[in-house]
Every structure is written in structure tokens, then in C-alpha cells.
Design a protein around this ligand. Sequence first.
Ligand code: 5GP
Length: 143
Amino acid sequence: MSLTGTYDPQNIFAKIIRGEIPAVKVYEDDTVLSFMDVFPQSEGHTLVIPKSEARNLLDIAPDALQNLIVKTQLVAQAVNKALTPDGIRIAQFNGEPAGQTVFHIHFHIIPAYDSQSEAPHASGQMADTDKLKALAERIKAEL
Ligand code: 5GP
């Protein structure tokens, strides 16, 4: 799949935006949505996506990208306050060979803990929904 391909409105994040499939939400406004990653690499792994259509960093409108990174900072600050990790990695992949698996642009907020090892990217271990909801409540309380 090319980096400059057409946006597929049937991708999983587009379905989450339209409410066609559920997500454990952390933050939402008119322009962005943030929710828990269902295959978390660490406790509190959160995603931030724009509501506008874009596949990756190369095709998103500059103003939407600016807004997206500012909202990513907002959610990351709440993750930090709620979960007090030892570090936080912000990740973003463009194109399948670079590790992208969902072709609607998103930033990953991945807390890092000295005491916990991290699962590999897209490892396939689905998290328990109740645990994700409990984490989301703690993060939301700091927003
Ligand atoms: P990418 O590989 O495109 O950078 O990241 C896609 C992320 O979306 C992965 O971390 C993956 O675990 C997550 N993901 C895939 N499908 C779903 C889903 O249906 N719901 C949620 N909440 N996350 C998903």
C-alpha cells in the first residue's frame, strides 16, 4: 500500500469516529478523538486521532496536524498525572513498512515504566475492556 494512496473510509478508526464500533474514549471534541489502544504495548497506551480524513503525516492538512499534536500533548499530560509513568513515548508510523497498521493518522501515547516490560507493537494481545475503562476514567479525571 503506497504512502500516497486513497483514504479508505472503512478503516477501523473511521468506524470508531462514526460510532459504528465501540472504543474506550478518553477525550473528544469537534476535531479529535482519543481512546485506549485495545492491544496496548503498556498500561495506559492511548491513541489520539483527528476526525478529519488523513492516512498519515504526509497528507494531513497542516492546521489539523498542529491541532492533533497539541491535543496529543493535552492527553499525554493527563496520562502522566494519572499513571505517573517513568517515561512516555509518542509514536507515529507512516506506511506499512514503517509499522503502520491502521491507515487513519494517529499518535500513540505509550507510557514507559521502569518496573514493567513493554509488549511489541501490534502484538495481538487484546486488553480486558473493564481494565481499559478503569484506566480511561483515571486519565479523564486529569483532563
Ligand atoms: P499503527 O500500527 O497503525 O501505528 O497503530 C494502530 C494501533 O491501533 C495499534 O496500536 C493497535 O493496537 C490499535 N488498534 C487496532 N485495532 C483497534 C481497535 O479496533 N480498537 C482500538 N482501540 N485500537 C485498535
